[in-house]
Ligand binder design. Structure first.
Ligand code: SAM
Length: 285
């Protein structure tokens, strides 16, 4: 039976080529076109499986214009497959916009399931899989990352992040600062590849273990065991705002000087203390 018209969101391997499904191969072979995040990357996969379907680029910089073009073809009855560089399209990757547009235009959208880094990491993490939250990438900037951690981790679910290898040690340090050294974390690196590795343990242990390495390479899924709000170190500590207010009153200090003193007593920089103060104020809004 020939492939029905519509949009096919096709998952591809995240490392191990054996993780492509038989159905994905058939769809990629029979589709009229394959819209790829990076045509050169996908071409390697297509060459490996001797698939000759024409490709077209579809990435974050041309998602809008390309969606229009592909939508017109879909309306004419085309069968279009969408793939990202690796894993499931639409998950921290392009794919979502065209799926939404196709649904709005009454076009059939078919998920072709397969590899996904977040779920692969989660199922072998040893953490609770009953309720989990996927956050994608954390902000690259330290202050924003801490704020994101404080805001997100309050719902008692397992938390899943994608993280870059050059940031993992800093991010673990932030997790330690926000949730304390005994927060249980799992780092899943190079999933499905030759050097697949799972590190499971306390944040402080994993941070020093990774910091000792000359470099951390590869792709990473970072997971946190469910956190209870009352156990977070940020909440156990008295707030910076309270300490600043107390000092201003007791010693007639300006807010700036009081903040400087609190920063010194906590062993953190002035700008870090200021950011923490802002985060506290935002939480109260
Ligand atoms: N769409 C993909 C999916 O379904 O998992 C995710 C794409 S996202 C742009 C890429 C990030 O996913 C990487 O930076 C890394 O955090 C994570 N990732 C992808 N492949 C991985 C692997 N083999 N092992 C660990 N993490 C991986």
């Amino acid at each position: 039976m020939s492939l029905a018209p519509g949009l096919y969101l096709v998952a591809t391997p995240i490392g191990n080529l054996e993780d492509i499904t038989l159905r994905a191969l058939r769809i990629l072979r029979e589709a009229d076109r394959i819209a790829c995040e990076d045509t050169r990357q996908t071409q390697k996969l297509l060459n490996h499986f001797e698939i000759r379907t024409p490709t077209v680029s579809y990435h974050m910089h041309n998602e809008g214009s390309r969606t229009e073009e592909l939508l017109a073809q879909l309306k004419d009855g085309a069968r279009i497959a969408v793939v990202s560089d690796a894993g499931t399209p639409g998950i921290a990757d392009p794919g979502g916009q065209i799926a939404t547009a196709a649904i709005a235009a009454g076009i059939d959208v078919f998920p072709i399931p397969g590899a996904n880094a977040a779920i692969s990491g989660l199922i072998a993490s040893g953490l609770s899989t009953e309720r989990f939250t996927f956050h994608g990438f954390l902000p690259a900037k330290a202050g924003q990352r801490k704020t994101a951690l404080e805001e997100l981790l309050r719902d008692g679910t397992t938390h899943i992040f994608y993280e870059a290898p050059h940031r993992i040690v800093d991010t673990l340090a932030d997790i330690e600062a926000v949730f304390g050294p005994t927060q249980h974390v799992v780092v899943a690196r190079e999933l499905t590849k030759l050097h697949e590795e799972f590190l499971r343990g306390l944040t402080s242990e994993l941070r020093s273990q990774l910091a000792e390495r000359a470099s951390v390479r590869g792709e990473i899924v970072l997971m946190l065991a469910p956190t209870k709000p009352e156990s977070t170190s940020a909440e156990k500590r008295s707030s910076i705002a309270t300490e600043v207010a107390t000092l201003m009153k007791a010693e007639a200090l300006s807010e700036k000087d009081a903040l400087k003193r609190v920063a010194r007593e906590r062993g953190i920089g002035k700008s870090e203390a200021y950011r923490e103060l802002q985060r506290e104020q935002n939480r109260l809004r």
